[in-house]
Ligand binder design. Structure first.
Ligand code: TYD
Ligand code: MG
Length: 460
């Protein structure tokens, strides 16, 4: 028999190569190729057009039971999920180590377990491969959850976990913390390798689908935001969620990146406090620094998260370099590539020069901007910092900037302006397509970036 061919899988993008190389040919990441278990040939019959079972096709409008959802006991978690956990679904919960994934899931598991004790719905099982049971009990005690009827186990063998689960009533919720620590003995390799993560997840997801258990797999992400290893899981699960925030800040955002059962535009907002995560039902003012005096380089952006507006402060700092050293560009909370683009547009269309200056951009409060309408707020902060002219204290800025320097219209202008007006802002600056007028707020349309520069120079 021919020796099975070796194959290598990229832990970042999941692409397959036939030989090892330092850099993945598809996504360009370095040192991400790992050896994968060889593909096994199960059948010697190569003609697949015969010998199978005939499928019974079904009409699209055949009767189906309506989708049921169960609340997690945390309204912000339910909101990000699009209304609650769907029985039999698999959720991948990604986030940097230490961000609070275990805390969030322990709190949700406890709430569900308490509710199920009343209603008689299935048990809640929490399996940790990272912490000993004693550690989790300590944490639960600190969070005031020690009395919740959670079935807790410290285990890493998928065979042990599934054997145990098959012996009793299937759980309503099964939390696996984390998928990178799980090990399936049907496959070679250490826990955390692509093939192990995939095989373990496959078995657990199959169990969830068969029994109607809602399954949550915790997955640690790398610093650039991709789910390491578990990236290959994204297509296997129904929902991909990301728990984000800066560890040094209190606020955390739960976002769904993929959801087979609902929209992906709602977020849940939490604050990490001494007694665990508390829900923040009205987050619109969280990401403002609360300053009283106007300062150069700071602008306020009315971001939109699903249906909720959130006002976010964008801060820019520009440091002129004396020597010919390469200037740094450092960004926290926004896309580095997008900053480079905006700087290039400001240089090309407005004649501003950033080439001999270091540019630092920070989004306050550990928030991550993903809304394309943030361009104008970032541009306003950059121009304000460069010119050392503060923007008016109670002004907001939003609009998408194109390569030609135009400020393009964005969605939900009215919603952004109304929320800002409600919170005491009185100057709106956005795309020229003038929205409805909002009481208490003066709106100025800016058709192009040069108009923005004029406005900042004129002291708005
Ligand atoms: P954890 O849930 O262990 O993070 P993850 O599972 O994502 O790795 O959270 C760890 C951090 O949360 C830890 O640095 C301390 C902080 N924390 C609090 O501030 N308050 C609390 O009540 C708890 C349980 C944790
Ligand atoms: Mg953890």
């Amino acid at each position: 028999m021919a020796k099975p061919k070796r194959r290598y899988v990229c832990t970042e993008c999941g692409s397959v190569a036939s030989r090892w190389q330092g850099q993945c040919a598809d996504c360009g990441q370095w040192n991400t190729l790992v050896e994968d278990a060889p593909a096994t040939v199960f059948s010697t019959r190569h003609d697949l057009s015969a010998g199978g079972r005939a499928l019974a096709f079904e009409p699209l409008d055949a009767p189906t039971p309506p989708l049921t959802r169960r609340g997690t006991g945390l309204a912000e978690f339910d909101r990000a999920l699009g209304g609650g956990l769907v029985p039999g679904s698999a959720i991948l919960m990604g986030g940097e180590p230490g961000i609070g994934k275990s805390t969030l899931l322990l709190q949700a598991a406890a709430a569900i377990a308490r509710a199920n004790r009343q209603s008689g719905a299935g048990p809640v099982v929490y399996v940790s491969g990272e912490e000993a049971a004693g550690q989790i009990r300590l944490r639960a005690g600190r969070l005031g959850l020690a009395d919740a009827p959670i079935r807790l186990a410290a285990a890493t063998s998928v065979r042990d976990i599934l054997t145990t689960l098959h012996e009793s009533e299937p759980p309503a919720l099964l939390v696996i913390d984390s998928i990178q620590t799980m090990h399936s003995d049907t496959i070679e390799g250490a826990p955390g390798t692509v093939s192990q993560v995939r095989a373990s997840a496959f078995e657990l997801i199959r169990y969830a689908k068969q029994t109607g258990t809602a399954l949550v797999l915790v997955g640690h992400v790398t610093k650039d935001g991709t789910i390491a290893g578990p990236r290959v899981l994204e297509h296997m699960v129904d929902v991909v969620m990301s728990f984000e925030g800066e560890r040094s800040h209190q606020y955390r955002i739960l976002r769904s990146l993929k959801n087979r059962f609902g929209a992906v535009d709602e977020i849940g907002v939490f604050a990490m406090e001494g007694a665990g995560l508390t829900e923040v039902a009205n987050p619109s003012l969280l990401f403002l620094s609360g300053r009283e005096e106007p300062v150069a380089g700071s602008s306020v952006f009315p971001a939109l998260e699903g249906t909720r507006p959130v006002l976010v402060e964008v801060q820019a700092l520009i440091v002129r370099l004396q020597s010919g050293a390469t200037p740094r560009r450092a960004v926290v909370g926004w896309d580095t590539g997008r900053l480079a683009m905006l700087l290039a547009v400001l240089e090309a269309r407005c004649g501003l020069s950033f080439s001999s200056a270091e540019v630092y951009l920070n989004v306050a409060g550990g928030y991550r901007l993903t809304d394309p309408a943030a361009d104008l707020a970032v541009a306003a902060a950059l121009v304000s910092a460069l010119a050392d002219r503060p923007l008016p204290l109670r002004s907001i800025w939003f609009g998408e900037v194109s390569l030609s320097g135009e400020v393009r219209p964005v969605a939900h202008c009215g919603l952004r302006l109304r929320e800002a007006a409600k919170l005491g802002f009185d100057l709106g600056n956005g795309p020229d397509a003038s929205p409805e007028s909002v009481a208490g707020l003066r709106f100025t349309g800016l058709a192009t970036l040069p108009r923005l520069v004029d406005r900042v120079m004129a002291g708005a």
